[in-house]
Write a protein that binds this ligand. Sequence first.
Ligand code: DGT
Ligand code: CA
Ligand code: CA
Ligand code: ZN
Length: 575
Amino acid sequence: MQNAEIAAALDEVADLLELKGANKFQIRAYRSAARTVENLSRSVAAMIETGEDPATLPGVGARISGYLHELVETGRLAMLEELRSSFPPGLIELTRIPGLGPKKAVALGEALGVASVADLEAALREGRLEGVRGFGARRAEKLLEAIASSAAARSRFLRTKAARLIGGVLKWMEDAPGLLQIEVAGSFRRGVETVGDIDLLARAEGDGARVVDHFVAFPGATRVEAAGSTKGSIVLRSRLQVDLRVIPGESWGAALHYFTGSKEHNVRIRQIAKKRGLRVSEWGVFRGEGDDERIAGATEADVFASLGLPWIPPELREDRGEIAAAAAGTLPRLIDTTDMKGDLQMHSTWSDGRFTIEEMALACRDRGYEYMAMTDHSGGTPTMINGLTAERTRAQWEEIEIARERAPGIVILKGMEVDILRDGSLDMDDETLVGLDVVLVSIHSYMKMERSEMTKRVIRALRHPMVDILGHPTGRQLSRRPPFALDMDAVLEVAAEMDVAVEINASPNRLDLSDVHAFRARELGVKLILSTDAHTRRELDNMRYGIEQARRAWCEACDVLNTLPWKEFQKWVTR
Ligand code: DGT
Ligand code: CA
Ligand code: CA
Ligand code: ZN
């Protein structure tokens, strides 16, 4: 667990205590401990692992030290979970609007009968704030502005969108005079699902200023933030910022490492270097104080080697134990797109997909798969457009039989994405479920349930004996819909117990499980599935985003069931 996560947990405790109207000294204690942890150069987790007591840190007493132990050792904090469960989830979100403290948020929520930012926004637009005591008409406008700006501040770019935008910049840079090499660093290189900005590094012949000049002249830029001899910075129309740094050859590897990050990984690397009497910067690895004795820097591999480490894949550089694993020679052999033998969630014209079963099967075969599952939606709930009834399922099976004949060379599994109903029961009768090869279950309605209710609901579904896969487990849609409240550990434990696989949905705006949850799933021995949820043939290519996510979760091929060749996968689906 990283310091930032610990600090966030402590801040959340403080927020919730404030909502509860707790004693202000108590609240302040959590805030000040959060600031200490946040600004600490060392990792609290590492302190605890080495037996050092965090109570020695400024602002951290015995009680909070106990909570830090609990957080680091178990990844959770019972006290925080209890606090959370005493409030509707949207209320906490309300308190985060700038200018609306916890007390006002509660008062406003009650007065307007709203419990989320989206509902508040709607109420403000309808002019419902007028007439609420203590809030004038001007206040409504201010609040709307605050909501808009906090949403903008949080705005990060989907990796896929960023990839398209950078593609244009890289193409433009092909004509940069004297450019020898250009690489994307930062969160993008680490495969993070969303990126704040883009960090480009370039190597140039002679004067780097010519490369920078060409860069800042990019026609898609609406603003030039900086243009010097070694650094340029532009803002694209989409508001994505792109920074370019020109790096001398002898520092190339060190700079690539530094600007790839993450910051937490870099901090840890510097600690390791210090122990060896070395100093690592974006310019190189140096012995002693000065910059004259450079012992590495030209390549990333050199930089790692100078610290006695093998090269660490960028996806792992999050300070989640990768440096210790590298030192011990136990880095994972990360999964790759070529490991995939099948795709297990997709839709056809039988529900909301655009292509027929046969067309999808042929497209899967073209991608080199041995098997695929057609998982059209079940249709009992009114929110599900064109879902399958038991009767239509029988008709679909007939078409699957025909597709099997027309698309030889790929196994077509009869699947279904069965809706998990409000009470955790499944939206399909058992008789139909028995006839399916793959039962994937997921939630599409009542997503604002309270955490413990939602957890019970999902667990009930997992305990159904015919369920094979839990699909898009948190329902999140990146920068559109937050994940629903769920005790993921409890869910994963039941998945492991019931031998239900959990999906990493590769759709670029879902990527659900997240990297952190997928990492946890692996730790708990849960089997993972990578699937695209394709509604078109082209979306089958989204598998690579799922692969990136899986790599960030340290997955090897053996952690993901649909890397198995058909004969072995068949044993699992017929278990
Ligand atoms: P982003 O842009 O928010 O998606 O995330 P990053 O990781 O790309 O962060 P960014 O763009 O602020 O900086 C790029 C890299 O530069 C970052 O991953 C690590 C390195 N870096 C930036 N600031 C610091 C710092 O204060 N300390 C250390 N050690 N490294 C830093
Ligand atoms: Ca960045
Ligand atoms: Ca940056
Ligand atoms: Zn779905």
